[in-house]
Ligand binder design. Structure first.
Ligand SMILES: Cc1ncc(COP(=O)(O)O)c(C=O)c1O
Length: 381
């Protein structure tokens, strides 16, 4: 099956009981057993639920992995993966990861003796130099949030594999429609499925896919032991959202590329961050490991802009956390998504107080541009 067909027919997404074309919402916590000592597939919904199985088998097929796991949020997925590690272990992370990933390492897992080092993972040599015997994993986002820097997934994963280190890629921004990290030798893929996979800003969910049976066994154990699982209703919504992923991602990209061009030509815009731009540091790498471009755009207005006036003047594009929904959303990373980073770190990696991150939706392009351009003009009036 081609990817677009797998989106609709992949995984165990037909109901085995009734042959309904959609697995129903199995809203049950437990399952009746007929006798003792039987090996039943479903016994308790924290461990396994058929609606969750539908989304887990689907994402495993889409990412090309051996097994998928669904969690109550992207952070629940990330935290469960981090629970693979123990006191004394050390994790390398990209230097502008989503703030929540940084926060859980800095404020939660650090208390259990798991350390982290931030590295500019766009430079493989720096990653190599940061490896020492305590490093057990490398976590990258490519593109990063919010500066859209690209790291060489295959080079980093190969380096990690040679050193027996687990490579973990947060593929939230690209989805398997554009990028498949397991095919680039990564060991674990993570998603905030809240974003493009769900696609409609109506659920919070996380997914993990692994490429190896032993890792699958360990994650399955942790998923059940920790219990931060995705409920049946949200599993159903996620399967439903994933069916239209291809259509949405194409349109997101088309709108984003058009807006990048328009924003880049405005004198009021000081800088645009997007991998499609020839002046982007990793421009040539971007499409060598992915089949499309990210639909987020980060940009800075000229310093004299009144940012509050800019955000207030938007009518269609909503000032809100999150991204990847059909509707365009805009945010101010320094005070919103990345507020959990200390200011010195934000400044050192380039998440300035002027930076704006736009998640381009699938609305009409002319409407989006007139909203955005109108608000930019207002910011300078
Ligand atoms: C790249 C990335 N990873 C993980 C997360 C966390 O996901 P969730 O909000 O579903 O817990 C986010 C949330 O914005 C994100 O942008």
């Amino acid at each position: 099956m081609k990817f677009e067909t797998t989106l609709i027919h992949g995984g165990k997404t037909t109901d085995p009981l009734t042959k309904a074309v959609n697995v129903p919402i199995y809203q049950t916590s437990t399952y009746k057993q007929s006798e003792l000592f039987q090996n039943v597939e479903y016994e308790y919904s924290r461990t396994k639920n058929p609606t969750r199985t539908a989304v887990e088998t689907l994402i495993a097929e889409l990412e090309g992995g051996v097994e998928g796991f669904a969690f109550a949020s992207g952070m629940a997925a990330i935290s469960t993966v981090l629970a693979l590690f123990k006191q004394g272990d050390h994790v390398l992370i990209s230097d502008n990861l989503y703030g929540g990933t940084f926060r859980v390492l800095d404020k939660v897992f650090a208390n259990f003796g798991i350390g982290y080092t931030m590295v500019d993972t766009t430079d493989v040599t720096l990653v190599e130099m940061a490896l020492d015997r305590s490093v057990v994993a490398i976590i990258i986002e490519s593109p990063t949030n919010p500066l859209l820097a690209i790291s060489d997934i295959e080079a980093i994963s190969t380096l990690a594999r040679n050193e027996n280190i687990i490579s973990i890629v947060d593929n939230t921004f690209m989805t398997p429609f554009f990028q498949k990290p397991l095919k680039l030798k990564a060991d674990i893929v993570i998603h905030s499925a809240t974003k493009y996979l769900g696609g409609h800003s109506d659920l919070i969910a996380g997914l993990v896919v692994v490429n190896d049976e032993e890792l699958a066994r360990r994650i399955a154990f942790l998923q059940n032991a920790i219990g931060a699982v995705l409920g049946p209703m949200d599993s159903f919504l996620l399967v439903r959202g994933i069916k239209t992923l291809a259509l949405r991602m194409e349109r997101h990209q088309q709108n984003a590329l058009a807006l990048v061009e328009k924003l880049s030509s405005l004198p009021q815009v000081q800088r645009v961050y997007h991998p499609s731009l020839p002046n982007h540091k990793n421009h040539s790498l971007a499409l060598s490991q992915a089949s499309g471009h990210v639909s987020l755009i980060s940009f800075e207005l000229q310093p004299e802009a009144n940012l509050n006036k800019f955000f207030r003047s938007l009518n269609i594009i909503a000032l809100a956390e999150s991204l990847g929904g059909v509707e365009s959303l805009i945010c101010h990373p320094a005070s919103m998504t990345h507020a959990s980073y200390p200011k010195e770190i934000r400044d050192s990696v380039g998440i300035t107080d002027h930076l704006i991150r736009l998640s381009v939706g699938i609305e009409d392009m002319d409407d989006l541009w007139s909203d955005l351009n109108g608000a930019i003009q207002e910011a300078f009036r």
